[in-house]
Design a protein around this ligand. Structure first.
Ligand code: ACO
Length: 313
């Protein structure tokens, strides 16, 4: 994982907009977030996370033949951030492209990479979630600017011959969905193809919250049903880190106790596509997630998009 050095606390935010540490903690669970400086672009953070993931996997960059970067905050409208990362890693073969599914981006990228690997077309994938959401925020809108942060996380997936059962390691099942009619609930009011501006994030928070709890429960149930498992079988639940109350509601529906939920929302805020790989890296780094364990990830984001994946680590 890679996080900017600069930490913005709730107390400091309260000097910028009409909010309080208490309000932010109680409604969201967020205590602080990391904010990128000018030099810390999405590709810079994504490249740093990718290098650490490769080192941790013991795999050289030259072995990677697929790079998928999930982001809604690319350095440039084009080229894709994934190709910028490919260049920074000095990789000259294979393919690199971005996936844009906002906060669900990492789950969409993971599902895509898994399908490439299981098809046999590619062998080693680098899946990255990288964001600089601070650059999309309206810092006068207390309803949104307190929620988000910057960072990146990455995982390496490698094709191996398996048994075709849930005893195999890797992505056992993924389920992804979208529903474009909810666009106005969560969107950015700018774009290269419309007003030519970067724009600001706009959100109807209460509406998003309501849909998140319903859609996340649906996707998690679909993934569990496909594998014949239940919440009781899950070793670690690693949800998108948007809001502690959304995480708690989903964990409760799943029947997963808090002790098996990975929370990083308090430290990172909502880092959109980066939040799941940041949480994975945190829980792998401190020894909670162990090889062979079952890890359930889920996310919901603008679009709406949502999805989940069950991984044997
Ligand atoms: N500080 C203090 N007061 C605030 C703040 C703030 N930062 N923001 C809003 N308020 C006020 C509102 O103005 C409102 O005041 P009023 O009652 O006088 O009108 C009051 O707090 C309650 O506002 P609500 O929006 O109803 O508060 P709610 O309990 O719904 O919490 C929140 C807002 C945290 C945004 C919540 O709706 C939420 O988390 N929604 C999900 C949004 C989300 O996570 N989006 C990320 C992308 S999608 C995803 O990742 C799932």
């Amino acid at each position: 994982m890679a996080l900017p050095d600069r930490i913005l606390t709730n107390a400091e935010l309260a000097t910028m907009v009409d909010t309080s540490d208490d309000w932010i903690r109680q409604r969201t669970g967020i205590e602080q977030r990391h904010i990128a400086d000018e030099s810390e672009t999405t590709s810079v953070l994504g490249t740093a996370a990718a290098r650490r993931a490769l080192a941790s996997a013991g795999i050289g960059a030259s072995d990677v033949d697929l790079i998928i970067c999930a982001t809604s905050t690319p350095d440039h409208t084009f080229p894709a951030t994934a190709t910028e990362i490919q260049h920074a890693l000095d990789i000259h073969h294979g393919v690199a492209f971005d996936v844009q599914a906002v906060c669900s981006g990492f789950v969409f990228a993971l599902a895509t990479a898994d399908k490439f690997l299981t098809s046999g077309s590619h062998k080693v994938a680098l899946v990255i979630g990288a964001e600089t959401f601070s650059r999309l925020l309206d810092w006068n809108d207390r309803g949104t600017c307190v929620l988000f942060g910057d960072g990146a996380g990455a995982v390496v997936l490698a094709a191996e011959q398996g048994t075709g059962t849930i005893a195999d390691r890797g992505v056992l099942h993924s389920h992804i969905r979208s529903e474009g009619r909810y666009r106005d609930k969560l969107y950015v009011d700018g774009g290269a193809g419309s007003n030519g501006k970067v724009g600001h994030l706009r959100m109807e928070g209460r509406e998003v919250f309501k849909h998140a709890v319903i859609n996340l429960a649906d996707t998690v149930e679909a993934t569990l049903a496909a594998t014949g498992l239940t919440g009781a079988d899950i070793d670690w639940f690693v949800p998108h880190q948007a809001n502690k109350r959304i995480i708690d509601a989903t964990a409760h529906k799943l029947g997963v106790p808090g002790s098996r939920v990975v929370y990083t929302v308090q430290d990172h805020g909502n880092t959109s596509a980066a939040s799941i790989p940041l949480a994975l890296a945190t829980a792998v780094g401190d020894g909670r997630i162990q090889r062979g364990q079952l890890v359930l990830v889920e996310a919901m984001g603008g679009g709406f998009t949502w999805g989940s994946a069950l991984i044997r680590w």
